[in-house]
Write a protein of this length. Sequence first.
Length: 292
Amino acid sequence: MGYFGRVLTAMVTPFGADGSVNYSVAEKLAAYLVDNGSDGLVVCGTTGESPTLTRDEEFQLFSCVKAAVGDRAKVIAGTGSNSTQEAIEATCKAAALGLDGTLQVVPYYNKPTQTGLYQHFRAIAGACPDYPVMLYNIPGRTGQGMTVETVVKLSEITNIVAIKEASGNLDFASQLRASTPAEFAMYSGDDSLTLPLLSVGGCGVVSVASHIVGNQLQQMLQAFESGQVAKATALHLQLFPLFKALFLETNPIPVKAALEIQGWQVGSLRSPLVSASDSVKQELRKVLHSFA
């Protein structure tokens, strides 16, 4: 079981009809997720629409989610930025709220060199030296990825304890696992690659699908851990159509539609994201019906 647990849900941010953050639904959803398979919650990540949230909204979300789940689950703050100074300020503020860690994405758009990436993450970790940091490698969204060598150097920093690995490259993950300390936790950033990543030394997943099938994901991870590989594979194959359906359009468009279908009032998305197309909603209904 990884540093923050096995199943961490990258939580959506609910909005009201007027487009404002619906904190009461966020509290209810957070409690529901923890009751249904989540060991931890990542708040204000990509799935939480962090690019269109204000810092004030983010800190209110951190506080309300932490209050809703208490010590029952880890709450990890998405306080990354493509400005090192901004990331440091937000991260230290989140640490002061008593949250359990921070997710730090590779700086996007400005495409730093590997030296720049190392210095960025080292500065953030050094500014809050007692606060656990999870790196987030997702080159498909950031335009730049970390090399194995950069992650290895960062893993030597005491409070950099984990990585959310979403490059989609199992060779990279294998090299990473072979080169980093055993206690450095490697989480899958893609639901559909969770089981393959476990087989090369991963410990869990930062999941979108766990909004819907958190208990089943928890069962899959526990089955693999206990050596029941055939059972874990069967669960993976059963969940696979949902994993793919939730990425038919840009995340978090489909998962918000899926939650709405299930009766959650999570609201629409903030522009420039738009609600799911009718064809995606139809496919989601079909897939969700098979889990009913």
